[in-house]
Write a protein that binds this ligand. Structure first.
Ligand SMILES: C[S@@+](CC[C@H](N)C(=O)[O-])C[C@H]1O[C@@H](n2cnc3c(N)ncnc32)[C@H](O)[C@@H]1O
Length: 239
């Protein structure tokens, strides 16, 4: 019986691939999903000012890195689809998110903008794709929210071809003694109210996931927002 769905020729597997023996915290994942389902109706509105003043420009910068990379791209944590207008022409994007309510909005945006993209409900920590099927993976402000970011990043590495790039925009824990302590203190409250962690060490998490850092750029003073490019090694990860 072959009931596997396909995304532009990429088979979505029924069986969840083993993630190098690591297990997903299901309770934390369900909590994350409910938080994003809850804020989905107001998410774009909440971010409108920062989107106009900075995020939009950074998204353009990020996607400008993608079209040189081959044309099978995965976007993880696509949210309400704010990256859709920035997808380069000719690039096939397969986008996933954990929250069905965020995805509903992304689907609506794709229809309104007439952009062809495969949008699926999927957990970054257990992607239902075979190994080495994408040329690049992109995420913007996502690994602050994925319950186990290292697991999610390992999954991105697994589905990328050897030498494929992971390209991220992330807000992270700043490297300043007092401010970072305040971030640690406020983190549980922000997570509860809005979803993301404000004290993730994402560059370190990328390294822990076995990816090789190619470039890290600080987009704000104090390094609160970082543009990170990493590469898989030449041998498949997690095999
Ligand atoms: C802060 S929003 C960012 C959305 C979008 N990337 C953007 O730039 O506006 C974080 C997104 O990550 C998604 N997310 C969190 N954990 C996830 C997971 N384990 N797998 C897939 N998506 C996840 C959330 O549902 C949410 O849509």
């Amino acid at each position: 019986m072959d009931e596997n769905k396909t995304h532009r020729g990429i088979v979505v597997e029924d069986r969840v691939p083993a993630n190098a023996g690591l297990t997903v915290d299901d309770k934390a994942t369900i909590r994350t999903k409910s938080r994003y389902n809850r804020i989905a109706p107001v998410y774009d509105w909440m971010e409108a000012i920062v989107e106009r003043s900075a995020f939009r420009r950074w998204r353009e910068m990020l996607w400008a890195q993608v079209d040189v990379d081959g044309n099978r791209v995965m976007e993880v944590g696509a949210g309400t689809g704010k990256n859709l207008p920035h997808y380069p022409r000719g690039v096939q994007v397969t986008a996933v998110d954990l929250s069905d309510r965020m995805l509903e909005r992304a689907r609506r945006r794709a229809r309104e903008l007439d952009i062809a993209v495969d949008l699926s409900l999927m957990d970054a920590q257990r992607l239902a794709f075979p190994d080495a099927v994408f040329d690049a993976a992109v995420a913007t402000f996502v690994f602050c929210s994925v319950p186990d970011p290292v697991l999610g990043l390992r999954e991105l590495a697994r589905v990328l071809r050897p030498g494929g790039r992971v390209i991220l925009l992330e807000h992270v824990r700043v490297n300043k003694p007092v401010i970072s302590k305040v971030m640690d203190l406020l983190d549980p409250l922000v997570v509860r109210l809005m979803g993301p962690h404000i004290n993730r060490r994402t560059v370190e998490n990328v390294k822990k996931a076995g990816l090789e850092i190619e470039r890290v750029e600080e987009l704000t003073s104090g390094g609160l927002v970082k543009f990170i490019i990493a590469r898989t090694g030449h041998e498949p990860i997690g095999g």
